[in-house]
Design a protein around this ligand. Structure first.
Ligand code: HSE
Length: 429
């Protein structure tokens, strides 16, 4: 049997403690699976006295995580402190400059500095791995870099933020407002310290940018991800979508188009009977469309101690087995610059607004849409009162810009009483 591979963990929050606990509880099983012992040698976190559910005193304690990253008695530095910059970044650099492989769950840092850090790892003949950074317990990275390595990926999609999925499904199932469920999610501890990361779509956007890089062989380009959060989704739109056979999800889509790489993270209507439409609570789902594999759908818990620690362990076990895969699935020097598309793919749209209740208003709306080449698929009128005629329209496929121009033209006719709510409908089976 090979010598033990030695691990140091920086950050003993939920995930870090979870990794330590799995190493202690499943040590024999893991050893038999990789013919090697994985030994936790040293740890570091903010407070030494805090109870963490495993015997902290059994391991060397480092106050300073940079010192942990440089220790002679570790082979793998596991970064689980989070944050898109220092101290996580400098600790990872210290580890890579001192001959240690790195495992991280830090999507913000990978989305921002992943390319630079991967270059440093490769130049030093080391691995930088981050399975836990995307979609918690789902093997989203390994599936793409290994299982689907024989495929050209045509499109990838996913629900990658469990908190947003919880908020949207809870609003629907309990008929509650966004504000009420947001507060509930906060009380349950689901939200990141900065909630905008979740509800603003940023956290999910980081994950999408990471997966796009692997799928399309491009440098990570988070800045070009079109981002829209869920803050303005109302129970009214959730109900209307349901009446039409859809559910609203914070959906990421990334695909190569003739005009360049399209990456968007935005609320979308998806068919209620599609796998994504059925996704409940804080679950995540990732879908890959390979030219040979066809559609591959993975779902599971997107956060939490067990699922996320399981993904960290998967990276550690790969290193113990000496399973070398480049950080982004190909050597970092071969990644090409992403050329973001200026024109997103056409889509169908849901439009909800209130019109004046007078003769000919629907005709004016329909004719403004028609003048812009937009065909109406379905139209519903709801909860009519004396002055206002609420209307929901589902369009056939069009460009968002064209729809925007058409709605401006409708507004100019003076028939609109309320700014239209516009949500994309995504073509998903
Ligand atoms: N805040 C994230 C989510 C988990 O709700 O999915 C970590 O990325």
């Amino acid at each position: 049997m090979q010598d033990s591979i030695r691990v140091g963990i920086a950050g003993l929050g939920t995930v870090g403690s979870g990794v330590a606990k799995i190493l202690l509880s499943n040590g024999h099983l893991i050893q038999s699976r990789c013919s090697r012992n994985i030994e936790l040698t040293a740890i570091s976190s903010k407070s030494k006295s805090k109870k963490r559910g495993f015997p902290v005193e059994k391991f060397h304690w480092e106050e300073n995580l940079i010192n942990l990253a440089r220790r002679d008695d570790i082979d793998i530095f596991v970064e689980l402190i989070g944050g898109e910059g220092n101290p996580a970044k400098e600790a990872i650099e210290a580890a890579l400059n001192n001959g240690k492989h790195v495992v991280t769950a830090n999507k913000a840092l990978m989305a921002k500095h992943g390319h630079q850090l991967a270059k440093l790892a490769e130049n030093n003949g080391l691995s930088l791995k981050f399975e836990a950074a995307v979609a918690g317990g789902i093997p989203a990275i390994k599936t793409l870099t290994e299982s689907l390595a024989g495929n050209k990926i045509n499109r990838l999609m996913g629900v990658m933020n469990g908190t947003c999925n919880y908020i949207l499904t809870r609003m629907e199932n309990a008929n509650l407002s966004y504000e009420k469920v947001f507060k509930e999610a906060k009380d349950l501890g689901y939200l990141e310290a900065d909630p905008t990361l979740d509800v603003g779509g940023i956290d999910a956007g980081h994950k999408l940018a990471i997966l796009s890089s692997i799928a399309f062989g491009t440098e990570i380009d988070f800045d070009s991800v079109y981002l829209q959060g869920i803050e303005s989704i109302t129970i009214q739109d959730i109900d209307q979508a349901k009446e039409l056979g859809y559910r609203i999800k914070l959906l990421g889509v990334s695909q190569r188009t003739d005009n360049g790489l399209e990456q968007r993270m935005q609320p979308c209507l998806v068919p209620v009977n599609s796998p994504i439409g059925q996704l409940e609570n804080a679950m995540n789902m990732v879908i890959y469309e390979g030219d040979n594999s066809g559609q591959i759908t993975l779902s599971g818990a997107g956060a939490g101690e067990g699922p996320t620690a399981s993904s960290v362990l998967s990276d550690i076990i790969d290193l113990a087995r000496d399973n070398k895969v480049p950080t982004f699935g190909k050597p970092v020097t071969e990644l090409i610059k992403a050329i973001p598309t200026s024109i997103p793919a056409q889509g169908a749209y849901y439009v909800r607004t209130k019109l004046k209740d007078s003769p000919g208003v629907l005709a004016k709306m329909a004719s403004a849409l028609g003048d812009h080449g937009i065909s109406i698929d379905r139209m519903r009128q709801t909860q009519h009162d004396d002055v206002a005629a609420p209307v929901v329209i589902v369009t056939h496929k069009t460009l968002p810009e064209t729809l925007g121009n058409a709605l401006t033209a409708v507004a100019k006719t003076g028939v609109i009483l309320e700014d239209p709510v516009v949500i994309r409908i995504e073509d998903i089976q």
